[in-house]
Structures are given as structure tokens and as C-alpha cells.
Design a protein around this ligand. Structure first.
Ligand code: KG4
Ligand code: ZN
Length: 365
């Protein structure tokens, strides 16, 4: 029997409080009926990173408003929902708990089923929400908090091929911007400076390229940049505009080259599964970088695969991806009880060894 499902999703694992309504009829494409995101950038800007306690309090204060706005924008009420999906991890624990408690309250009051969702699964399933991509596909998550290659094989079935062992690339862009006195978020500022820079003037390392596999490391790049900056300052008393542009261009090129080569390797592993229509999808704020995108598109063309990137609003943190991932779980019969727990760490692929590092945006799991 064809079944239409409508799911309310809640997201509060980092610094965005979000609620959304997604609907899907079995066998047809999914539709985002509403997606509300309240960012917290200004609350944390004075501290140089997300402050978990401030984030958790702001989520607790904003979640109900987000839910009301998401339902109103969809023109629906709680009575029209089939389930409530909520991010149950990984992330900053206070924020995740705020969302889980809010969802439990709504489920207890309405009798609606509760579905806990892994935040990373939300990102990883977004290409199905936006483009109806079939399993298995290769996914690269690149944001301020995440960096990993995954083969998505089912709504709860992921193989992690590799990921960062320290910083996420967005984090490296943000730290680089800070070191050069450029505005936050660092990605767009560094990319803009890099446009007028010479990527060959400074020799940045290409971390972990000499080792097999798909793991990445970005923290050494900002250390290298800091040394180069300090040397110029020591020699010339300060940085010129061109020095800054050349440093940004060299730094960005190192990230581009590293991601391109690791993507080539991940693609080879993925192609061993013989997918009928090979696809690589990217998600996360760093996917907005034109040079990175172009390099990934080139690798895809080399390997005969299709490249897809969800629209930026669904690439970055949002609740539509959580509603959709919840909907996929719900369709398979998954339900959670009111004993659902919030998890700071929750690897998508339980069989891979744990990742190192926990960046400014929380556990990368
Ligand atoms: O996915 P996102 O909005 O948030 C989380 O990290 O959860 O990603 C934000 C990150 C920031 O670190 C930002 O500097 C980076 O994405 N970013 C970029 C660009 N635009 C945003 N990095 C490189 N180039 C860009 N154009
Ligand atoms: Zn995220």
C-alpha cells in the first residue's frame, strides 16, 4: 500500500536551532514543506568558537519557537504529523539534550512516535532528499565540524572509508582567517583573498598523502601558515596585501590537492562495489568553495561518476535533513522510546576505528 508520511524534524547539535517538516509518498520524491533555522553566530562571536553552555541554553529557549514556525510555514499542525524525528547525537551534549527533551515532550503530549536520528546520517542522506539518489553512493562531508568519506548503502548502513584525524577543513579555514586578521567565517574570506594570490609562492605540506588510505589531517596546515606569517613579519615588519593573498592561495591549494587525491582513493574503493550509476555527493559548508568543488568535479569526470551537491541551505546544518533521515528510519519500522538518550559521540560506521580529535564544533565521531 502506498503510504504518505509527514515528519517533523528537530536539530540542535551545534550552533543552529532548527525545525522542519518533510513529506514523502512511498516511491516518490520527498518534499521539504518548511525549514526554519535560527543561527547563534552572534552569541558566540566574542569567544572565537561555540561555547557549549551558551549554545544549549539558546537551543532550549528557541526550539519551541522553531517548531511553531516550521508547522505554520508548512500550513500544518502536530495532528498532521506521522512522527517526530530528532538529532540524538553526535554533537555538543547540552544542545543534543535540549532537542531530545523537546521531542520527547511533544511525543508524550501527542502520542506521536519518536525517531532518534544520527546527525551525520542526516547530512549523508540529504542527496536522497534533494535528488532521489539511489544507494550505494559515495559521500564526502566537509564542514566546520565534520570531514569524512562514507559509502551510503542504506538508511542506517554506512561504511566510513576515512576522515580527518584532527581538524575539519572548515575549522582550518576559520583558524587561518584568524591568523591573518580576516573576518569569520574564515572559508569565504580566505577563498576571496586566494583569488588574487599565487598558490606556488609558499610551499605548504600535503598532509598524509604519503600514507595509503583516505584519512586526512588539516591541523599542520595552519601551523605551517603561522610559521610563514611569523617569518614574513620578522623580515619585513608586517604583511602586505599580496603576502596575505599568497598565503591564502597556498593554503587553499594544499586543501584542494589533498581532498582531490583522497577523493580519488575513496572513489576507487566505492567503485569496487560496482554501483550501476556511480555518484559522489558532497555536503557541509566547505562544499561552497569554488576551487574545492571544481577539483572534486574533475575527479568525478576522471572516474566516470556523477557529482552532486545539495543546495547550500541543505548542505549546512538544518532540520529538513533530520526529518528526512527520520522518515527513512520510520519507513523501515524503526521507533524509539521515551528512554532515547542523547549521545555526544555516535560513529555512523560502528565497525571502523574511532576517529581522533574533537574540534570547536564538537565531536566529529
Ligand atoms: O556546514 P557548516 O555551515 O557548519 C558546520 O560546520 O556544522 O560549515 C561551516 C564551515 C565554516 O568553517 C566555514 O568557514 C566553512 O564551512 N566555509 C567555507 C566556505 N564557506 C563556508 N570553507 C571554505 N570555502 C568556503 N567558501
Ligand atoms: Zn553538521
Amino acid at each position: 500500500m502506498v503510504q504518505t508520511l509527514t515528519v517533523l524534524g528537530l536539530e540542535s547539535s551545534c550552533d543552529d536551532t532548527a525545525a522542519a517538516v518533510v513529506r514523502q509518498t512511498d516511491g516518490a520524491g520527498a518534499e521539504v514543506l518548511s525549514s526554519i533555522v535560527h543561527g547563534q553566530t552572534e552569541l558566540h562571536s566574542a569567544f572565537g568558537g561555540v561555547v557549549p553552555e551558551i549554545a544549549a541554553r539558546a537551543h532550549a529557549e528557541k526550539l519551541d519557537t522553531c517548531v511553531v514556525q516550521a508547522l505554520a510555514a508548512a500550513g500544518l499542525t502536530l495532528a498532521d504529523m506521522d512522527a517526530i524525528a530528532v538529532t540524538a547525537g553526535p554533537g555538543l551534549i547540552g544542545g543534543v539534550m535540549s532537542g531530545v527533551m523537546c521531542a520527547k515532550g511533544l511525543c508524550a503530549a501527542t502520542g506521536l512516535p519518536l525517531v532518534g536520528v544520527n546527525h551525520l546520517a542526516g547530512h549523508a542522506l540529504t542527496p536522497r532528499l534533494t535528488d532521489g539518489i539511489a544507494f550505494p553512493y559515495l559521500m564526502l562531508l566537509v564542514s566546520g565540524g565534520h570531514c569524512q568519506y562514507l559509502i551510503a548503502q542504506g538508511p542506517e548502513q554506512f561504511t566510513r572509508l576515512g576522515g580527518t584525524i584532527d581538524d575539519a577543513p572548515g575549522e582550518a579555514f576559520d583558524k587561518t582567517a584568524r591568523l591573518l586578521g580576516l573576518p569569520q567565517p574564515g572559508g569565504p574570506s580566505v577563498e576571496a583573498e586566494a583569488r588574487s594570490g599565487d598558490p606556488k609562492r609558499f610551499r605548504f605540506p600535503r598532509p598524509l598523502l604519503d600514507r595509503p588510505g583516505c584519512d586526512l589531517s588539516f591541523s599542520g596546515l595552519k601551523t605551517a601558515l603561522m610559521r610563514m606569517r611569523d617569518q614574513i613579519v620578522a623580515e619585513k615588519g608586517g604583511l602586505t596585501r599580496q603576502d596575505r593573498a599568497d598565503l591564502c592561495a597556498g593554503f587553499q591549494q594544499a586543501i584542494v590537492d589533498t581532498l582531490a587525491e583522497k577523493t580519488r582513493r575513496a572513489m576507487d574503493l566505492y567503485l569496487e562495489e560496482n554501483p550501476a550509476d556511480p555518484v559522489i555527493a558532497v555536503a557541509g559548508g566547505v562544499a561552497a568553495n569554488t576551487a574545492i568543488r571544481a577539483a572534486l568535479e574533475t575527479v568525478c569526470a576522471e572516474k566516470g561518476a556523477r557529482f552532486t551537491a545539495p543546495p547550500l541551505a541543505l548542505c549546512t546544518d538544518n532540520a529538513a535533513m533530520i526529518a528526512y533521515a527520520g522518515l527513512e528510519r520510520f519507513r523501515t519500522g524503526a521507533r524509539d522510546g521515551l528512554d532515547l538518550t542523547a549521545r555526544p559521540r555516535w560513529p555512523l560506521d560502528q565497525t571502523s576505528p574511532a576517529m581522533l580529535g574533537s574540534g570547536k564544533k564538537g565531536a566529529k565521531a
